[in-house]
Design a binder for this molecule. Sequence first.
Ligand code: CP
Length: 318
Amino acid sequence: MKTQQLVEKKNFVTVKDLDAQNAMKLINRAEYFKAGGAVEKLTQPVYVANLFFENSTRTHNSFGMAERKLGLTELPVDTAHSSMSKGETLYDTLLMLNALGVDLAVMRHSQNGFYEPLIHPQPYQHLDMGIVNAGDGNGQHPSQCMLDMMTIHEHFGHFAGLKVAIVGDIHYSRVARSNMEMLNKLGAKVYFSGPSYWYDHQFDAYGTFLPIDELVGQVDVLNLLRVQHERHAGDPNEKSFDTEQYFAKYGINQQRYDAMKENAIIMHPGPINHGVELAGNLVESPKSAYVTQVQNGVFMRMAMLESVMRGRNLGGLK
Ligand code: CP
């Protein structure tokens, strides 16, 4: 039997430092777990805290499931009732959890790059725990990105030459930033579409912006993005936002769905705004990978957590 090549990381906060080779190792490991491959038995307990300062259904519970499957022990932390309400810093909060014996923290926070001070402690600072980014502002969403890559790989078997369109509220999206980066590294051709006011020309370096009706018939993957109203405070386009207009101009309706290639898929990180990015009756349609993405997320998060445990020799993993 071929020995699996495994990834070792001290922290997992971005896909910027993940090359194509290591991305493929993680995808292979996640596919191994999905196929029923055994997890390595831990020889010492590993304690993990899941700290979500923004709401989540998929990511929070997916990490929770992945942790249980790997044999980790979760220390439940109620972020709404922590001493951060008294002004304690994020760093001090993590330092205290670390002192209590927590080895790993999975964290979501609205502040871009919240993890920087946690992974680069200053002189006299002693925080020493693995940090896994479950989404920072509109910065990065590495676990969503890697489960999306797994879903594409599972369906097509390769990335080279695939055409992937990232569609929608790109400016505010951490999923878009992570996915465009990794799709480029893996050899897929990236396109963008949606409202031009939510597109930044800095993304031109990763792909080509085109109207949705020029793209639906030629791409292999439509990677739809949620319209993230909670991030639109101060955005001049929020006030005039109209659901029906958005759906008509940029959403995937039956006509656009029918124009897609036979083997093409629709991905959406969720939660979906039914009838905005995608028609409600198409959410579970044959070309929709929405549920598969969530299923794959558990196995990819197992692979990602394992890579950090291995990088830190936690639980006896080397
Ligand atoms: N895709 C995603 O991050 O979903 P949640 O906000 O439900 O975790």
